[in-house]
Design a protein around this ligand. Structure first.
Ligand SMILES: [Zn+2]
Ligand SMILES: [Zn+2]
Length: 349
C-alpha cells in the first residue's frame, strides 16, 4: 500500500519535502482484537508539524521511519476473530490513543493517561496510508450518511476542542467572555460547541481575515485581527469592561500567544493551553494575586469522542475542510506551516 512516512526530522520545517511517499506491505491481523481500517481520510494538524520538527523526541520517542496520521476515519476492512462490535464496511472514526483497557487510568476513563498507551501516527504507524492497523477499542461507529473523511479531524483536533470547552464550563457564568486564539480548524469547532454548551460571548482572534469572516458567520460576538501583542490584549479588555476574558482557549500556543493569552485572562479566570510548542513565563505573584489558572489539555477521552460524534450526527458542527491527495501530503504540511489551510486539512489516500 501507499504511505507517507517520516524518515528524518526537519527541525526548522524548511522542507520542501517532509514525508516520503512509498510502497510498503499491507498491514495484517495478528491479534484477536485487531482491526484494519481502509482510510477514507486522515486529518493533518500542528501536531504533525511538531512530529516533523522532532519536538516529541525527548518525550515520546518514535522509531523512524514512521507513518504519520493520527486523525483517522474510514471503513472497517478486516477484523480479528475476537472483534464483536464491528463488521466489514462499517464507517468509523478512530480514537488516536491505543490503550490496554486494564490499567487504573483506563479503568478511570482517562484513556490519555494509559500506562501502556501507544499513539497512532506518533509512536506507531498512523493513517497517512491506504490501510491502518488498530484495535477494536479505538473505533467509534459513524452514522450512515456521514462521510468519514469530512469528520476525520474530529478524532484529535475536534476532540481536543471539545475536551477543552467542556472543562472550561466550570469557569463560566452566563454572559462571560471566552477568547479563542486561532480561528481555523479547532477554533471553528470550539466556537460552535460554545454556542451549544454555554451562554457566553465569544472573541475570536486570528491573523487571517478569512478565519475571522467565518467566525462571524458562526456567530462570534467579536473578532480581532491579530496584530501586535499589546493591541490584541487591549482589544480583549475593551470588550470586557477592562477585565479580560473569563476563559482563554489558546489553539496556537506558540510565538506570542502564550504571553498574550495569559495577559488577556481576567482575574479568577483560566488560560487553556491546547496548541503548544512555545514557552510561558509567568511571575507566581501574578498567579496568586490574580488567581489565574493555567490548564494543559491532552486530547480528550474515548467517551468524549462518542459524545462528539453524536453532536456531529445531529448537524451541530459545520467546520470547513480542505482536502489533499496523499501524493500532495507535503503540500499540506507547507500550507499548515504557512497558515494557508481553510478550516481543517485532510489527507485522502
Ligand atoms: Zn491532530
Ligand atoms: Zn491503560
Amino acid at each position: 500500500m501507499r504511505v507517507a512516512r517520516l524518515h528524518r526530522y526537519d527541525t526548522s520545517l524548511e522542507g520542501p519535502e517532509y514525508l516520503e511517499l512509498e510502497e510498503i506491505p499491507d498491514p495484517t491481523i495478528s491479534e484477536p482484537d485487531d482491526v484494519i481500517i481502509r482510510i477514507d481520510g486522515a486529518g493533518i494538524c500542528r501536531t504533525d508539524l511538531h512530529m516533523i520538527e522532532g519536538r516529541f523526541h525527548d518525550h515520546i520517542p518514535a522509531r523512524l521511519p514512521l507513518t504519520l496520521g493520527h486523525e483517522n476515519a474510514g471503513f472497517v476492512a478486516a477484523v480479528g476473530r475476537g472483534v464483536q462490535r464491528f463488521k466489514l464496511g462499517d464507517p468509523v472514526i478512530v480514537y488516536p490513543q491505543v490503550t490496554d483497557g486494564t490499567c487504573l487510568a483506563c479503568r478511570r476513563g482517562r484513556d490519555m493517561y494509559c500506562e501502556n498507551g501507544e499513539f497512532l501516527g506518533l509512536t506507531r504507524d498512523g493513517g497517512f496510508a491506504e490501510y491502518l492497523l488498530t484495535k477494536e477499542r479505538n473505533l467509534v461507529r459513524l452514522p450512515d450518511g456521514l462521510s468519514p473523511r469530512a469528520v476525520a479531524p474530529y478524532a484529535h483536533a475536534g476532540l481536543a476542542a471539545y475536551y477543552a470547552v467542556k472543562r472550561a464550563l466550570r469557569w463560566l457564568d452566563p454572559e462571560d467572555a471566552v477568547a479563542l486564539i486561532g480561528g481555523e480548524c479547532l477554533g471553528q469547532i470550539a466556537l460552535q460547541l460554545l454556542q451549544v454548551l454555554a451562554p457566553v460571548r465569544t472573541i475570536v482572534i486570528d491573523r487571517s481575515e478569512r478565519a475571522l469572516q467565518r467566525a462571524r458567520e458562526f456567530g462570534a460576538t467579536w473578532t480581532i485581527q491579530a496584530g501586535t501583542e499589546d493591541d490584541v490584549v487591549r482589544e480583549v479588555r475593551q470588550h470586557t469592561r477592562g477585565h479580560g476574558a473569563a476563559v482563554v482557549l489558546d489553539f496556537v500556543g506558540e510565538g506570542s500567544t502564550p504571553a498574550q493569552g495569559l495577559a488577556m485572562t481576567r482575574r479568577g479566570g483560566a488560560y487553556f493551553v491546547v496548541g503548544y510548542g512555545g514557552r510561558l513565563e509567568v511571575p507566581t505573584l501574578e498567579l496568586v494575586t490574580q488567581e489565574k489558572s493555567i490548564i494543559g489539555n491532552l486530547v480528550g477521552t474515548y467517551a468524549e469522542l462518542t459524545e462528539l460524534v453524536e453532536r456531529i450526527s445531529e448537524g451541530q458542527m459545520k467546520g470547513a475542510v480542505t482536502y489533499y491527495p496523499l501524493a500532495q501530503v507535503n503540500h499540506a504540511v507547507r500550507d499548515l506551516r504557512d497558515g494557508h489551510v481553510n478550516g481543517c486539512a485532510v489527507v485522502v489516500p
